[in-house]
Write a protein that binds this ligand. Structure first.
Ligand code: SAM
Length: 326
């Protein structure tokens, strides 16, 4: 078990498979984003080696993210390798869904268990404006295929941005009236050079809830309003699925955080919104032993920051979201 100095059991690793993406969402990265040379990114064998180390330290829940994880070369075989690693109990992916129409079945067959699909609006024009060039129909077809492939329970993520999609929350929440999906609304978080935009246009979860209730009626707390992972869940009367809110900005959930993040260039990042990182890839390439690497991971876990500093206006400047993975 990997414990931090506050007694939290850190067992959930989110791995960014690439910093590249086939979209350029306005809240995620600048339009002219420069990507890292591929040789700076973890290769398949390096990644599988690190996954084995993490499982030996007690990590058992893994999520693949990006950039966009489905654009990584050899993604199906990489998923198969991770799924087969002893100790991996939960394996899921966060994706924009564009390639799921082709990939959902092979990924499920390779051992992927669930997907979270990002979809910020059902309106094609608004979706395109938010993603700079995405077609929402492709995402929808990916969601349908993922569900058919058994990648369930289906979770949909929507980042809400003032001036872009704050009036779309009711349409998205209404999906839970007809599908047993979890539709989760995310407060926009600030990072690096896009932080100014993100802070100016953030919409608080409370405002999203009010808009949904005005359109669709009361949101009834699930499980007495307890957190489910990072989301607080509600249900509409007669709803089949849940409506969730991830309110990292206005109602942080740092006390219950059990996560660490591995960036595509092999840095272990212990809080999404803090700059603190420990390089694992360089020592691995320099021949560090399993024990050396485990010691580095244990030390990083021990020093996991208590929480983020947004309330004190501390914004991480060393990376934008697409380089960390969410
Ligand atoms: N490309 C994949 C996707 O679209 O889901 C995975 C990577 S993306 C960085 C992971 C999640 O982070 C997505 O749900 C995305 O909407 C969310 N995200 C990106 N930038 C964000 C920000 N500034 N604040 C909050 N969530 C953000």
């Amino acid at each position: 078990m990997a414990l931090d100095r506050f007694g939290r059991d850190i067992h959930y690793l989110r791995i960014s498979l690439t910093d590249r993406c086939n979209l350029r969402c306005v809240y995620c990265m600048p339009e002219d984003m420069q990507f890292r040379p591929r040789k700076e990114l973890m290769q398949d064998d390096e990644l599988l080696h690190l996954v084995r180390l993490f499982t030996e330290l007690g990590f058992h829940k893994f999520r693949l993210t990006g950039g966009e994880p489905t654009v990584r070369a050899n993604i199906v075989e990489l998923v198969r390798g991770i799924a087969r690693a002893p100790g991996v109990r939960s394996l899921s992916m966060t994706t924009n869904g564009l390639l799921l129409k082709q990939l959902a079945r092979p990924l499920a067959e390779a051992g992927l268990q669930r997907v979270n699909v990002s979809i910020d609006s059902l309106d094609p024009a608004k979706f395109k404006r938010l993603t700079r060039w995405g077609d929402v129909q492709d995402v929808w077809e990916g969601i349908v295929e993922a569900e058919a492939a058994g990648l369930a329970p289906m979770k949909l993520n929507a980042v809400i941005v003032r001036g872009y999609n704050e009036d779309d929350v009711a349409d998205l929440a209404a999906l839970t009236l007809y599908h047993d999906w979890q539709v989760r609304f995310i407060e926009m978080m600030p990072f690096g050079e896009v932080a100014g935009f993100q802070q100016a246009q953030v919409v608080a979860a409370q405002e999203m809830r009010a808009k949904i209730e005005a359109a669709l009626g009361a949101l009834i707390p699930v499980d007495g309003g307890k957190l489910d992972g990072e989301a607080r869940l509600y249900r509409l009367a007669d709803g089949l699925g849940d409506v969730g809110f991830i309110s990292s900005v206005t109602e942080p959930f740092c006390a219950s955080c059990t996560r660490a993040r591995l960036t595509a260039d092999g840095k272990l990042r212990m809080c999404l919104l803090r700059e603190y990182e420990v390089d694992l890839l360089t020592p691995l390439r320099q021949g560090a032993t399993m024990d050396d690497l485990k010691a580095l991971i244990n030390k990083a876990v021990w020093h996991k920051p208590w929480g983020h500093g947004l309330a004190h206006n501390i914004v991480p400047m060393n990376r934008v979201m697409s380089e960390i993975g969410g």
